[in-house]
Ligand binder design. Structure first.
Ligand code: PEP
Ligand code: MN
Length: 375
């Protein structure tokens, strides 16, 4: 199978798409923590929001560092089964190896997903695919942590070759040199790119892992819908403040309801004011961060001025300045930013810094005391 021209064999009708004209919503906690937490969350989701179609919960958690909460394992599958019996919601779980697949199937989980840290590893994806041979369960594949669309497509193909025809994609953002203000950069163009590589496969966006924080969930969800995704996966916890993983990005069921109600679901709205508003909100946040950074920088520059004065050094040190500009230009080049912009900004910053340091040099040592005395 050529990686550029995928020939996925897909089921005639995806069972992952529940929402009709509305987006399919997958909600539930990052991690299963207790039976009470699972049941309370699921009951609220079902009561408050008729828009939730699938209940998610992480049973085995792939954590970046050891020693963090790694999931409750098998017992969580029992709670999930109870959730399903009580609420009727189909359930979804992340799997990364044969044991996960076997246990999830044993407990009647309806949908599996492959996490971002698993999609990066073809050995792991192949292991999951092999464990699924002969079982045509719906499987969602999260994008790999790194922005490599071939790796994402390759995971779909491995599952497809193992007989899985009910496939979906989850766009959860990528690790990039600068993810700010996101936890994982959405690289919005990747939605259209993967759509072209895997035509006909439903695409979900996971605003929780893109945003990493509640206040950005709405803007990220809205942007994804503007780009025509089929559904959203949003982490929802009965009490996010005490969540054992991803506490800052989870919403309460009521919060999810408010978020879903606030979304503009009209696809015709694509380039309209709503999108502009969302983008302006992001610009406002970024500009505030720029101002905070400039403030911190000018304070450091003042301290350098004081050091130079105390040690009899010159204010302007040409070597240091040239090295600094070179470094900044190189860093900018890696992001694709234009050299003229970076030069102009750093020239302005430099003039300002020199001003601060000149003022320090021109202030007599005891001037503040002298002023005090005059007063
Ligand atoms: C998750 O869904 O809780 C998770 C671990 O996500 P990701 O694989 O996107 O990091
Ligand atoms: Mn999570």
């Amino acid at each position: 199978m050529s990686s550029n021209n995928s020939t996925l064999q897909l089921a005639a009708k995806s069972s992952l798409l529940k929402g009709g004209t509305l987006p399919t919503v997958i909600a539930g906690p990052c991690s299963a923590e207790s039976e009470e937490q699972m049941l309370q969350t699921a009951r609220e989701l079902q009561k408050d929001s008729r828009r939730v179609h699938i209940f998610r919960a992480g049973i085995w958690k792939p954590r970046t560092r050891p020693g963090m909460f790694e999931g409750v394992g098998r017992v969580g599958l029992e709670w999930l089964r109870t959730v399903k019996h009580e609420t009727g919601l189909p359930t979804a779980v992340e799997v990364a190896n044969t044991k996960h697949v076997e246990e999830a199937l044993e407990y009647g989980v309806d949908i599996l997903w492959v996490g971002a840290r698993t999609t990066v590893n073809p050995f792991s994806v192949q292991e999951v695919a092999d464990a699924l041979k002969g079982v045509n369960i719906p499987v969602l594949v999260k994008n790999p942590v790194n922005p490599d669309l071939q790796l994402w497509l390759g995971a779909l193909e491995r599952l497809n070759l193992a007989g899985i025809t009910d496939l979906g994609l989850i766009h959860r953002g990528f690790s990039t040199p600068n993810n700010k203000p996101y936890r994982n950069h959405p690289k919005w163009e990747s939605i259209q790119q993967i759509r072209e590589l895997a035509p006909g496969v439903p695409i979900f966006t996971d605003p929780s892992h893109i945003a990493g924080r509640r206040d950005l969930l709405q803007a990220v969800s809205q942007q994804a819908l503007h780009l025509g995704v089929d559904g959203l996966m949003i982490e929802t916890h009965i009490n996010p403040a005490v969540a054992l993983s991803d506490a800052s990005q989870q919403v309460t069921p009521a919060g999810l309801d408010a978020l879903l109600n606030s979304l503009d679901l009209d696809a015709e709205h694509v380039a309209s004011a709503e999108q502009l508003q969302d983008l302006r909100m992001l610009i406002d946040k970024l500009d505030q961060e720029l101002i905070n950074t400039l403030f911190l920088r000018s304070d450091v520059s003042r301290r350098i001025g004081e050091y130079k004065k105390a040690n009899g050094l010159d204010i302007f040190q040409a070597d240091r300045w040239n090295q600094m500009v070179e470094k900044r230009l190189k860093a900018a080049q890696e992001t694709g930013l234009e050299e003229t912009l970076i030069r102009a900004i750093f020239d302005a910053i430099h003039v300002h810094s020199m001003g601060i340091q000149n003022e320090i040099f021109n202030t007599p040592v005891n001037s503040s005391k002298a002023t005090e005395a005059v007063k």
